[in-house]
Design a protein around this ligand. Sequence first.
Ligand SMILES: Nc1nc2c(ncn2[C@@H]2O[C@H](COP(=O)(O)OP(=O)(O)OP(=O)(O)O)[C@@H](O)[C@H]2O)c(=O)[nH]1
Ligand SMILES: [Mg+2]
Length: 218
Amino acid sequence: MEEREDDLARSELTERARRLFSGPVTFLKSAPALKFLPDPDVPEIAFAGRSNVGKSSLLNALVGRKAIARTSVTPGRTQELNFFEVGEPLLFRLVDMPGYGFAKAPPKVVETWRRLVRDYLRGRVVLKRTLVLIDSRHGVKPVDAEMMEMLDQAAVGYRLVLTKADKIKASELEAVHAATLAEARKHSAAYPEVLVTSSEKGMGIDELRAAVLSDSLL
Ligand SMILES: Nc1nc2c(ncn2[C@@H]2O[C@H](COP(=O)(O)OP(=O)(O)OP(=O)(O)O)[C@@H](O)[C@H]2O)c(=O)[nH]1
Ligand SMILES: [Mg+2]
């Protein structure tokens, strides 16, 4: 009985999330430095992860727009904190961030992005959850583990989300899912579930929408 109520609550959340994300979503602004952040007056959910992991693509898939956030095959496409507003009236903002790790940009510029992302994540009062994206083909790399440790220390709650699931075989996906889940369980601020997604095929997008909506209500 309890399980059926849980299922019902989940399907209601999924439906509400689907309606929300198919409604108004607008680009608000790009912040190249902390002083340009919007006023901290609504909840925010941030997308973090290595360069090229698929942050901007996942944000586009979530809101069902092809190119509201700019994507590219070249690592280092997103260079500022980009804010997107969801809901009318406004419910929360999604924040697309520059990637960490290897990016095709001068080291000084990459260092500036690293600091911007770190300072935002550690200091943003309205940040409800960070999505830490992990490439299904690679699993958790040392730079990802470093990011996770930083978030653990700052007590910023995050979810691990596997991306590009369409690029590997089902058996490999199962193995990387299990390994990523095991990694999540080692980290104090990590949510103990791992979502598997493909922006290309739409896999896991309904679940991620529901997760983001419920996180925004935290
Ligand atoms: N096959 C496949 N390709 C994907 C998927 N998600 C992203 N990509 C591709 O991966 C590349 C990088 O995607 P982006 O969304 O720009 O990645 P990003 O993490 O925002 O990258 P930076 O902004 O440079 O840090 C693009 O060529 C995308 O088309 C996916 O689910 N499946
Ligand atoms: Mg990007």
